[in-house]
Design a protein around this ligand. Structure first.
Ligand SMILES: [Ca+2]
Length: 366
């Protein structure tokens, strides 16, 4: 149980705690004045796509996260495999970090910080992590923010759990200064979907989806451990479901739990079924039987088509950027009207635009 629980995240000192705990050191959980939360899947999957609809915590010194985690990565002699999405609470919650951690002994990291013009703590947003044998990709509201296909992406070859957590790192240079005056703080998850990798693409229907209408103990476990970089212990009582949302909290010791009302997700309630609202969910199919199509939106948007595309263009784009891929994979075409790569009859061209200030924009093809 200890060996499952103790992990070392990014700071080598964490591993010292793991070693100390396994040696029976007095450095045990439930020893810190603050309590965070983490849940983890019992099952591990190799490759796949995770789509998460969440609203993160604001406040300096805290991060709201999800990540893939090869069990036992922290143990001596094990090769570490982890992919991260870490949303900063500092600076009004407007930035996140993507990262891959891999290696044995000396671990390799590849942190990138992505700044956005809005707070992830003011509304729910859709975060996607794509993990394939050839690349790892991060998306926010359907927009690709990073793709890496180098050596690190190819080192992730083991099945991994999926985890959510919220905690205050003892690292002000990274996450900002910590003050307990902000407590309690919460992250809220409306739903999560997992799409398996079939060797050539992601299956179109999720292998599993959790709407968090209740806490499914057959799928999830709750963490009850800590590590040295964490100013809090993970407390099971700070991971609860309420009104169809997963709530993960940081509280003071003795104030664990959540008795509030989660903020409502005003966006899409589902990423499946071919429907989507601006900025959320996966891409609807538009005019799959025709030879042209468009979309109207005030925000970031995407759509897909199985049609052959001989040529294409955009209207009223207002400085938006475009990204076109086949099945959401591979090198994206980002020049408007540029030739698209060939695709099979059952493949999709996936058009994805950035947000714009105009009420509508369109993409068309012939
Ligand atoms: Ca829900």
């Amino acid at each position: 149980m200890i060996s499952q629980g103790i992990w070392c995240k990014t700071i080598p000192q964490s591993c010292l705690l793991a070693a100390a705990l396994m040696a029976g050191s007095p450095l045990v959980a439930d020893a810190k004045p603050y309590k965070g939360a983490e849940i983890f899947t019992h099952d591990s999957h190799l490759y796949g796509k995770y789509v998460v609809r969440m609203r993160t915590a604001k406040g300096s010194g805290v991060i709201s996260n999800f990540f893939s985690w090869k069990e036992g990565s922290e143990l001596p002699g094990m090769f570490w495999e982890e992919i991260d999405v870490e949303v900063f609470g500092k600076n009004n919650g407007q930035s996140l970090q993507s990262n891959i951690i891999s290696g044995m002994g000396t671990r390799t990291t590849s942190e990138q910080v992505h700044n956005h013009g809005f707070s992830f703590g003011d509304a729910y947003h859709t975060f996607t992590l794509e993990w394939t044998p050839g690349y790892v990709r991060w998306l926010v509201d359907g927009q690709v923010i990073r793709t890496t296909s180098g050596g690190q992406a190819r080192q992730l070859v083991s099945p991994a759990q999926f985890r959510f957590n919220i905690w205050p790192p003892n690292n002000p240079g990274w996450v900002g200064s910590w003050s307990s005056a902000i407590l309690p703080v919460h992250m809220f998850v409306n739903w999560v979907e997992y799409y398996s990798w079939n060797g050539g693409g992601f299956n179109s229907s999720p292998t599993w989806r959790d709407d968090f209408n209740s806490f499914d103990t057959s799928r999830w476990g709750k963490a009850d451990w800590t590590f040295s970089e964490n100013l809090a212990d993970f407390a099971p009582n700070n991971a609860v479901t309420r009104d169809g949302y997963l709530v993960l909290a940081i509280t003071r010791e003795g104030q664990e739990g959540y008795n509030g009302t989660p903020p409502t997700d005003a966006g899409t309630s589902s990423s499946g079924g071919g429907t989507s609202t601006a900025g959320g969910g996966s891409c609807p199919d538009i005019k799959t039987a025709g030879q042209s199509g468009n979309f109207n939106t005030a925000g970031a948007y995407c759509f897909r088509t199985q049609n052959a595309v001989n040529g294409w263009g955009v209207s009223n784009f207002d400085g938006r950027t475009i990204s076109v891929t086949v099945n959401g994979m591979g090198t994206a075409i980002t020049s408007i009207g540029a030739p698209l790569p060939p695709k099979g009859a059952s493949d999709y061209y996936h058009f994805s635009s950035s947000a714009g200030s105009f009420a509508w924009a369109s993409v068309y093809w012939w």
